[in-house]
Design a protein around this ligand. Structure first.
Ligand SMILES: *Cc1c(COP(=O)(O)O)cnc(C)c1O
Length: 965
């Protein structure tokens, strides 16, 4: 330590967020650089990155602000949002997130920093939570099988449409949509139907003669957007006579008391689980559900959690069936869904567990009763209520006065739904109470009017729902929905599950392509502000000025960082960004009279969502070869663009490539595509290698998606939420998505129209944009560039340390990698029958989550450390892999048993300790290898899980009730 007295200026140097975000301190950075033979971080730019992609002009984002200042700024922003009581309904309802769930899940990194549960042995906690969610959805919908969430209700309905097309034997290409579906659902269905050439008919299924025309699928809303509850039996019967599948978009809370869609014979049931404890968040994120019949399980989109057993024959959970479906089936995949809404599904499931069947019955019963009392009271004031059979939503006839009454309501800080000049809609929710009912009456009657008496009405009104529409069967009978109703028990259950898992709160998660970086606590803060999470997505814009500011500022930041001219935040994940971006390209070609351009070139190394998205956008996939170095073969590209000169629509390229290298020819590749009239779509999942150094929009890309849940610090939540905004050049901006309810979402729109609507909410998962905004604000251009360089440094350091033990598969100039590296494990299969899977599972014994397994190359590991891990953690990880290599050598040399060895038996669960020790290696080696976790050992709750058994005996709900006796 220096003995000289520090200056005041030095004392004033506050804790700097950049140093908090970047794991290694300057000395560690220096040590790693020395290991690579480099002097300073900037040397890496010259060493690893092609010159011709570097930024030629500085970024505008020069300033950074401190953590404290960010909070202050966000508080100011939030004060520009006005949280009124929104009775708008239309798929979004106010709800009460139990504080015990908020504190222990939403605000707990053990839950929100987890990764998608590919490594099932270290994910049993969230897998159990998701199985509970699936069970809840099955019970409420009356279906046999549910997935572990989709992105939103509208896209879930669209997924149901394409699934119906695959399953229906009907020769028709017509889709029938109930006009009483939520308008955003209809809009998303229309967008999705267009590239497939489906004919969409929107009408009234209860009036129309449905037998005359033929359809392959029907979509009904239950209860309707106007609140009306219909008996669905007739339509289901007619549909099934036509070999059409029926999808019912259902409201989860109403299903507590309504007859389930399943018991009407529905084939698919979709909806939003938002009102089960998840704040509206100005549109999201929320978990959509998707339930269907057992016979359709192999065609179901999204991830399904299933029951299996581990090597000890013990109950264990894992993702079932189509887990890696897109990577295997590519352009024939059932769906492009990758990231979904796991954290929100977990919260909705816990909500049901905490309340249990009786608690939910009280909530649903109360909402329903209040609604009937409110409606009857309005009737007694002389208003006509047009809804006859309703749960919580009804329509009031207000001839010529709808606008005026709605304005009056706003004076009382209440938002009503303005249906048209003559009709208003009201939806009540869990938060409604007697005061609200009186306030609404006052709005309709004027202050002088007599108020009906709530208690008197309660005694006299008759149930508006006829007996046959009421549920007779019991729901949520599994013990999990009975056991945790006290807060103490609930808290312990959530902790019990969380501690079974490896999330970022325990160790690094070095997942290639997924950028598991720090999700800083300060970045997460605004999520808990009521003024950000309490807004209805269709609230009048003058109440949401804070959000408008947030969205505009984030768009400006991202434009600066990417070199694009405009962004759309509507896509709820990278996959949705891909789809939307390709739609803008299609629309651009069509507007230019180039309708025939329908070929999409995709390198063989691309992520599976790429070809799946291209097909959804109506494009034909042509695969581009990669050369021996893993780069796109420019020769093959030249051949293919020449071959498809007149029909080339786009190239979809990931940069740096999924092989973890900066290709030298990126600009040349873009030029070639442009010369042949094509557009360049950049998959920006690897933007963490470019941020602050290079702007895709300035080096050849026309459109790119960013994964804000990778590069921009939104946590993965165990497999969602995500945000996949797309940035575009000026020429594509007019076609960016719009919204049927909220106008002005795309300010660049021209008379040529847009691609339509791709998500239910106008700005997608708006509430989590606060996280990325805070990240950028605190890092600034300088910090982001430092982060990128540190990410590249860490990956190169790992590559260098591991190279003597595992071949590094691909490198670029000067033998450097980008922000991730692939190590090759293929040789071990030959030498000693050890697979990459064995290595992944053995890492668990060392306390680590495995890197990406077998993507993009089979039998390899793709490692991405990110900038947030420090040298200590990176060394610990490298040493684990090096030690494992020694364990493999021991098998190769015959020192260890070829079958009964630490790798084949990994991970070692505590269950082994309950038996007499019979392994040919000591217990210490099994449980405490690497000698570095004796004070905080991660104990996998199960041994190696049998995937094949699970798929053969597929069970996607809690064990049958008889098992508990
Ligand atoms: C993660 C990823 C995607 C898909 O993004 P989601 O947000 O999961 O839909 C696409 N491409 C690449 C290269 C990725 O890493």
């Amino acid at each position: 330590m220096s003995t000289s007295r520090p200056s005041l200026q030095q004392l004033e140097m506050r804790g700097n967020f950049i140093q908090r975000h970047i794991g290694s301190n300057p000395q560690q950075v220096q040590e790693m650089l020395a290991e690579l033979g480099l002097g300073k971080l900037d040397d890496l730019i010259e060493q690893a990155i092609p010159d011709n992609i570097l930024n030629s002009e500085p970024l505008k984002l020069t300033g950074t602000i401190s953590e404290r200042a960010v909070i202050k700024y966000l508080r100011k922003m939030r004060n520009r949002n006005k949280v009124f009581t929104s009775l708008i309904g239309m798929g979004y309802y106010d709800t009460i997130m139990p504080a015990v769930i908020k504190r222990n899940v939403l605000e707990n990194p053990g839950w929100y920093t987890a990764y998608t549960p590919y490594q099932a042995e270290v994910s049993q906690g969230r897998l159990e939570a998701l199985l509970n969610f699936q069970q809840m959805i099955c019970d409420l919908t009356g279906m046999e099988l549910a997935n572990a969430s989709l992105l939103d209700e509208a896209t879930a309905a669209a997924e149901a449409m394409t699934m119906a097309r695959r399953l229906s034997k009907s020769p028709s290409n017509r889709v029938f949509i109930d006009q009483n579906c939520h308008p955003q659902t209809i809009a998303v269905m229309q967008t999705r139907a267009r590239p497939f050439g489906f004919d969409v008919v929107v009408g009234d299924p209860y009036q129309q003669d449905l037998e005359r025309q033929k359809f392959f699928t029907f979509l009904l809303q239950y209860p309707g957007c106007d609140g009306e509850v219909h008996d669905l039996s007739d339509i289901v019967r007619i549909a099934h006579q036509q070999s059409a599948l029926v999808t019912v978009a259902a409201d989860l809370l109403s299903l507590v008391i309504l007859k389930s869609p399943g018991s009407f014979g529905a084939d698919i049931v979709v909806g939003n689980s938002q009102r089960f404890g998840v704040p509206m968040g100005y549109g999201g994120p929320h978990a959509a559900f998707f339930a269907t019949k057992d016979e359709y399980k192999r065609s179901t989109p999204g991830r399904i959690i299933g029951v299996s057993k581990d090597c000890h024959g013990q109950y264990a959970l894992r993702m079932a069936l189509q887990t890696r479906e897109q990577h295997i089936r590519r352009d024939k995949a059932t769906s492009n869904i990758c990231t979904s809404q796991v954290l929100l599904a977990v919260i909705a499931g816990f909500y049901a567990i905490y309340h249990g069947p009786q608690g939910l019955a009280l909530i649903a019963g109360r909402v329903h009763r209040y609604s009937q009392i409110l409606a009857t009271g309005l009737q007694s004031m002389g208003y006509t209520i047009l809804s006859r059979q309703f749960f919580d939503t009804f329509v009031i006839h207000t001839p010529g006065r709808a606008k005026r009454i709605a304005n009056k309501a706003q004076e009382a800080e209440i938002n009503l739904r303005i249906i048209d000049a003559d009709h208003l809609g009201i939806s009540l929710d869990e938060t409604s109470n007697r005061d609200l009912i009186r306030s609404v009456w006052r709005i309709f009657s004027g202050p002088a009017g007599d108020q009906p008496d709530i208690n008197a009405l309660d005694k006299t009104i008759a149930e508006c729902l006829p007996q046959p529409l009421l549920r007779q069967d019991a729901i949520l009978q599994h013990p999990v929905f009975e056991r945790y109703h006290s807060e103490t028990e609930m808290m312990r259950y959530m902790r019990k599950l969380a501690r079974k898992d490896i999330a970022l709160d325990r160790s690094m998660i070095p997942l290639g392509s997924c950028t598991m970086k720090l999700n800083a606590a300060t970045e997460m803060q605004a999520l808990s502000y009521h003024e950000f999470n309490g807004l209805h997505p269709f609230a009048p814009l003058h109440q949401t000025l804070g959000y408008q500011q947030l969205i505009e500022e984030l768009e400006d930041m991202l434009c600066d960082l990417t070199g694009f001219d405009a962004f759309s935040f509507q896509p709820n994940a990278g996959s949705q960004g891909e789809y939307t971006g390709l739609l803008t390209i299609r629309k651009y070609h069509q507007t230019n009279g180039q309708e025939q351009r329908n070929i999409c070139l995709i390198p063989a190394s691309a992520h599976g969502t790429n070809p799946a998205s291209a097909v959804m956008a109506g494009l034909k996939v042509v695969v581009l070869d990669c050369d021996d170095n893993g780069n796109v073969s420019v020769e093959d590209l030249r051949n293919k663009v020449a071959e498809h000169h007149d029909t080339l629509a786009a190239l979809m390229i990931t940069y740096p490539s999924t092989h973890g290298v900066f290709e030298e020819a990126f600009r040349e590749i873009c030029d070639i595509v442009h010369q042949h009239g094509g557009q360049v779509y950049l998959d920006g999942a690897n933007f963490n290698a470019l941020l602050g150094l290079s702007r895709p929009g300035k080096i050849g890309a026309d459109v790119a998606h960013l994964n804000l849940h990778k590069t921009f610090s939104i946590p993965h939540g165990g497999g969602g939420p995500g945000v996949g905004p797309i940035g575009v050049g000026q020429h594509l901006a007019p076609y960016l998505p719009e919204h049927p309810v909220v106008k002005g979402v795309n300010p660049h729109k021209t008379e040529h129209g847009t691609v339509g609507t791709v998500s239910a909410a106008p700005w997608g998962s708006a509430s989590i944009l606060t996280i990325s905004w805070a990240y950028i604000a605190m890092m600034g251009a300088h910090g982001l560039k430092q982060a990128t360089l540190n990410a590249i440094l860490n990956a190169n350091y790992i590559a260098q340390r591991l190279a003597p033990h595992y071949p590094v598969l691909y490198t670029g100039k000067n033998n450097r990698v980008a922000h991730e590296c692939i190590i090759d494990c293929r040789a071990f299969k030959q030498s000693c029958n050890i697979t990459v899977e064995d290595i992944a599972k053995r890492l668990i014994d060392y306390g680590f989550h495995a890197p990406t397994v077998s993507f993009p190359v089979a039998e390899t590991l793709m490692i991405e450390p990110t900038e947030s891990e420090d040298k200590g953690e990176i060394d610990r990880f490298c040493e684990a892999l090096i030690a494992i290599r020694q364990e493999i050598r021991d098998i190769e040399s015959g020192k260890a048993d070829p079958d009964n060895n630490v790798l084949h038996n990994a991970p070692h669960s505590h269950r082994l300790l309950l038996e007499e020790w019979q392994m040919p290696y000591p217990r210490v080696q099994a449980f405490f290898p690497g000698n570095n976790q004796d004070d905080d050992k991660y104990w996998p709750p199960v041994g190696r899980i049998d995937n094949v058994y699970g798929d053969r005996h597929l069970q996607c709900t809690c064990p049958p009730l008889s098992d508990y006796q």
